[in-house]
Write a protein that binds this ligand. Structure first.
Ligand SMILES: [Zn+2]
Length: 219
């Protein structure tokens, strides 16, 4: 039987890469990248294109989402940003996750997908953030059912609650191309290896006892 279609929401990062691998096992994927205006938008977009080249989705979109930055709260009023995410200022954008998922739902419906795969991840140690986001996904799923009706469209977050090393082990087992993912918070052709996101990536690879091909690539 033919695999059902599904949409992968991809930032071009590591978790997007692994979640695309998971989605590809049981579904035919389409991939959506939202260019959210982050400092490293160009690197993220290039990583997305490379990931699409690997997974060969039956549809792919890279859409302009720079308006997200217009909604962003000023850094000065939000205090020091210390996020280890590849988009350190993402937390300053109100309702960011809901906006991304709403856009994904529209594209998912267009291809008659029954699932949106989202590489959302929260450190299992941050129990509050993890619980809040699990609940948010449940509510979004109810909202999708109410607003879009049949056939049911569901957001799936298979990486939620996993340690970074577990995500990397999963990716390794599936043979995903880690070199095609961008994590660094700094613009440039190569990861800076000094920002909080690079440090976190390094710790993850070390804990998983894997080598990061993005770092060992010939410069
Ligand atoms: Zn970096």
């Amino acid at each position: 039987m033919a695999k059902p279609p599904a949409l992968v929401l991809s930032s071009g990062g590591l978790h997007s890469l692994v979640v695309a691998g998971i989605a590809s096992r049981d579904t035919r994927i389409a991939m959506l990248h939202i260019r959210d205006g982050r400092t490293t938008a160009q690197q993220a977009s290039l990583a997305f294109e490379r990931q699409a080249g690997h997974f060969k989705p039956f549809r792919q979109w890279s859409i302009d989402g720079a308006f997200l930055r217009q909604m962003s709260l000023p850094v000065e009023t939000a205090g020091l940003v210390t996020s280890t995410s590849s988009d350190p200022y993402g937390p300053l954008i109100p309702a960011r996750e809901m906006t991304l998922l709403a856009l994904a739902a529209g594209f998912a419906r267009q291809i008659k997908a029954s699932a949106i795969f989202w590489g959302a991840h929260f450190d299992p140690k941050s129990t509050d953030a993890l619980a809040r986001n699990i609940e948010m996904v449940q509510i979004v799923n109810q909202l999708l059912e109410t607003s879009m009706g049949e056939p049911t469209l569901t957001v799936r977050t298979p990486l939620m609650g996993l340690e970074d090393s577990q995500v990397l082990e999963l990716g390794y087992q599936m043979g995903v191309p880690f070199a095609d993912s961008w994590t660094c918070q700094m613009p440039g052709d190569h990861p800076c290896m000094a920002c909080p996101a690079c440090s976190r990536r390094t710790r993850g690879f070390r804990a998983a006892q894997l080598t990061d091909p993005l770092v060992t690539a010939k410069r």
